[in-house]
Ligand binder design. Structure first.
Ligand SMILES: [Fe+2]
Length: 355
């Protein structure tokens, strides 16, 4: 009997057929007539569900049905080593969504494997994360994982008009750096970013940014947007972990479930945090997952204008475009190489060639 139909959290698992209840450790907790009608003896405490292979990394639980598959850490390599400095289990999930989107599950990895669309689709980003073509570093690993590391500083190509308030000014000021001290925009962006590294390394402890303790200069001021093959993306920002995952909807290849978790590293004295993808949030665990249909945006009006909302809008339109008679194949720029790489590894799996 299938006992669980949805990805969900629960305190115990109850079989809908005869009502046997199993604990989270897999042991049978209660059964009807347990003490009086089993000549073999009371099954409670004696029977367990069959175990499957599972392991943990960074507070996440991974499992596999494959007895011959690799260990979780080997599968994820090199991520556990790359992100060893992030105290991942300390992050607090402040926003928790599961959104049904009218797009194939692969849209998530396609979208998060390139930043070439950012200057068009997310104009709020370049003043804050450098989107210039030569600023990003693209990395790929044989198992299909990849990441793009971009400096968290203003792009030089997309300058806000004079007189418009600049987010990077506030970021510098927050770390005791005078934004008006720079003579040129280039200095403001480039030297400001270097000064920010130094200020953060100097002040993190007294400011309560205890999660910086082991982080490198790159980790405290850059954005490594990381895809774990095939369907998980994690953005390891200095103060946030943003987790995205897609899952296919059974029998509906043009729909998927899209999970969005915004996690923040607690900072002493802060009770509100910027969730990056869902706006300001109280610094506490989201108690329940918001289930919704994207529905052209109407299902999540509170996310309107957020980066991730813009991506979901694009995904639905792109899915429709896949059916156009005018569509042949993607003509990709070099900075979109990871999109091609993702599909190559995926095709290898489908055709029986393990990486
Ligand atoms: Fe995007």
């Amino acid at each position: 009997m299938r006992m669980v139909n949805e990805t969900w959290s629960m305190e115990s698992i109850t079989c809908p057929y005869h009502g046997w209840r199993w604990g989270k450790d897999g042991v049978l907790q209660s059964a009807q007539d347990a003490e009086v009608d089993f000549s073999q003896g009371n099954p409670c405490g004696a029977l367990s569900l069959i175990e499957l292979r599972c392991d943990r990394w960074g507070g996440f639980v991974g499992y596999t049905m494959d007895d011959d598959g690799p260990e979780l850490r080997d599968y994820l390599a090199p991520m556990p080593a790359l992100y060893r400095n992030h105290p991942m289990d300390a992050a607090v999930r402040v926003a928790w969504y599961r959104i049904k989107v009218d797009a194939n599950w692969k849209f998530v990895t396609d979208n998060f494997s390139e930043s070439y669309h950012t200057r068009t689709a997310h104009p709020q980003v370049p003043p804050w994360i450098d989107q210039d073509v030569d600023s990003g570093r693209h990395e790929m690993w044989p198992a299909g994982h990849g990441r793009t590391v971009q400096p968290m500083r203003p792009s030089l190509s997309d300058r806000p008009p004079e007189g418009v308030d600049h987010i990077f000014r506030h970021i510098l000021s927050a770390w005791d750096i005078e934004p008006d001290a720079y003579e040129t925009y280039e200095d403001f962006a480039l030297q400001g970013w270097r000064d920010l590294k130094a200020a953060k390394q100097r002040l993190w402890k007294e400011r309560g940014y205890l999660h910086y303790e082991h982080m490198s200069d790159e980790e405290i001021t850059d954005s490594p947007h990381t895809v774990i093959f095939p369907n998980v993306t994690i953005s390891f920002l200095p103060d946030n972990l943003i987790f995205f995952r897609s899952e296919p909807v059974k029998d509906e290849p043009e729909k998927c479930w899209f999970d969005l978790w915004c996690m923040a590293f607690p900072v002493e004295g802060q009770d509100e945090v910027e969730s990056i993808m869902a706006g300001p949030k109280p610094l506490r665990e989201a108690m329940a997952c918001e289930h919704c249909d994207f529905d052209g945006g109407q299902g999540v009006p509170e996310l309107a204008g957020q980066i991730v909302y813009q991506d979901m809008e694009l995904a639905e339109k792109m899915q429709a475009g896949m059916h156009s008679r005018g569509y042949r194949d993607a003509h990709l720029s070099d900075q979109e190489t990871r999109v091609r790489f993702f599909h190559k590894v995926l095709n290898d799996w489908i055709e029986g060639r393990k990486p």
